[in-house]
Write a protein that binds this ligand. Sequence first.
Ligand code: GDP
Ligand code: MG
Length: 444
Amino acid sequence: MFEGLSERLSGILNTLTRRGALTEDDVNAALREVRRALLEADVALEVVRSFTDKVRARAVGAEVVKSVTPGQMVVKIVHDELVAMLGADADPISLQAAAPVPILMVGLQGSGKTTTTGKIARRLKERGDRRVLMASLDTRRPAAMEQLAVLGRQVGVDTLPIVAGQNAVQIARRALEAGRLGGYDVVMLDTAGRVTLDEGLMAEVAEVKAATNPHEVLLVADALTGQDAVNTARAFDARVGVTGIVLTRMDGDARGGAALSMRAVTGKPIKLVGTGEKIDALEEFHPGRVANRILGMGDIVSLVERAAETIDAEKAQRIADKMRKGKFDLEDLRDQLGQMEKIGGIGGVLGMMPGIANMKKQIAGANLDDKVIKRQIAIINSMTAQERRNPDLLKNSRKKRIAAGSGTKPEEINKLLKMHRQMADVMKMMGQNKRGGLAGALGN
Ligand code: GDP
Ligand code: MG
């Protein structure tokens, strides 16, 4: 499956590299293959559609990084958008509520609810030092209650004593009561599932939820269910309301499309991932890894990342060389400002330079936030090329013209010129000091 995909992709991706912006044709050609990759990864059709629309809007007009093909550039944008959509950061289970904190586990039968209940309980106990009580609400299958009890003994977590003849809501109430009386931090409620979605299942889960007011409702879903994951997630979220998703069987050959589908449809975070039958096979969700799995183009993504880094490093080196020779002109300053804008202002840049960090305050115009940087770039853009290369030309009449052209005041231009002189001086000094200092700091 993977080979077939990359073979097809090589058609569009091995075309010549080209500078400039991505055209609509570039994007559409690459997105055709991306769409296929998403479908092969079992992303639901409706999600594929809305996702590719979103990427198209972002990608057309985007700059192609040097030494990368337009197709590769689109893949990188798709990857970044996938990561953003999957949720940029791990979102842990929340226990910010009065103890005992109820956690309700829901999902279809066989999705891994009972196993995951044990895995989470173990994790809370071992990593968070929490006292956990587990209760099985599965009244239909006596073996299910015993399964949880066995798991509990295995990991050293208490389970609610089994009492015959109670329904799910009664057991849930009893569990919370036992949790209170026993001084537990967390009560985990493992519900019964059905093989398919049905009203009986939903009604029971909704009733348990109403009776226990759980702090987290975790939908446990099998990563291998692919397209069905959307219906499952939508139904549980609409009827019961979920706070997060646990994706199981990510140890198998699931490509992870279910993760994207469920996230897109419910907007709820994927909190944990099951990676095996063993009790410790539970991991944090890593959007980057899952994005690679869904797209199956990790090589291209890292290639584009490396290319982008090389360019930044080349640019920085060029500027560093010029500075050392005392040839740091306003064009270089503009380049530098552009890079600063990217990495969080002059504070960020200076903070990274050994020896300069302390001089920050001495450099004119100390409050260099993003807005100031944009105005400074605008000022430099309003100059002629000749003026940029030779700032000494900038007498009052020229300054007035530039101020008018950039919508700024002559004082701001003076400030910029002062900053430029100071930076050039400091950098020249440092460059002569030792090569490692500034050049190193600028990414060489
Ligand atoms: P439930 O019906 O939702 O409670 O599902 P169970 O917890 O009983 O799990 C059903 C089967 O899936 C069991 O054989 C588990 O060992 C297995 N299982 C659960 N989670 C995972 C997982 O992340 N990976 C693998 N490979 N198997 C799992
Ligand atoms: Mg079960």
